[in-house]
Unconditional design. Sequence first.
Length: 356
Amino acid sequence: MPRVIGIDPGTVSIDICGLDNGRLFLDHSFPTADTLRDPAAFVARLKEPGAIDLIVGPSGYGLPCVPAADLTEDDLRLAFLAAEGESGGIGGLRTLVRALAHSGLPVLLTPGVIHLGSVPLHRKVNRVDMGTADKVCAAALAVREQAERRRCSIHETAFILLELGGAFTAAVAVEGGRIVDGIGGSSGPLGLRAAGALDGEVAFLAGKVSKSMIFTGGFQSIRAGTDPARSIPLNAIARPAYVEAASKAVASLRVSATSATEVILSGRMARSAGVRESVSRQLLSIGCISSVEVLRGAGVSAMQAAHGAALLADGLAGGGEAALVDHLGIREARGTVLDHLYVISREQARKTLGMS
């Protein structure tokens, strides 16, 4: 049976979860900044447990199951949506992935929501961020946990996964055990650090939307300010804005997953009792949601998406989660994040990323 590792690359921490025949043997969380400063130390940590059959590695916006050793520079630009030298976002992730590619470890990059055939084409129009690869991993874990909790098959699961991350808030719709829609953090609700989807006129007024701008303007930015016109502290505005935005994302995804009456909370902020209670109360008040659960995972230190990544690794390596991986259509993922653009051309997008 396979011995596998899943990696969740977050803004705050990079987490790893190891499963040996489904049993947890690795559960660690490392500060992102420290890990990116010393990729060699991270690679060495992955090698410490000995032989590993497969590692689902940090995949950014996702690629259709590409071994790290086979990555091209264009692949890296597509996965992390940044040109060489771009300092915004989570700077250094590409350097980490390059280190993994040359490590000799069996690292695989996996798809994001937009790559999945279970998401209808009309929902992908003018979309890039429908949910990064780690959101797919978290959704896989949520499918498994709901099936076990309800004692049903994975084909009968339905829910909205609401990821309350350390920077972004995102949501993924699951129906019939498959991902059918998603709202990514950079195109979705207000996050802890990030503004989420920008009003088109705000983007125009900014003059230029940089990568670093995508990571700003969220709850923390609002809370720290004061409205100059009204001379009131904005802390009173920040919390309801954050909570209500998350609930609106869930309500909108109910259009795509009509049988999904349960919300499953995941992410760093879902560990906060106060946030969980506020979000749950708001969700239950909108009428279309009957229950709110929290994604558990097997680990104590690592975030839930790392466990989900390990489940995908187990299934892709032929382990007990093979049926889950097959049902989610992970191997059949296709295309790139630039395939569904109409408001700008793919050529313009490739040029921005510095692609040939």
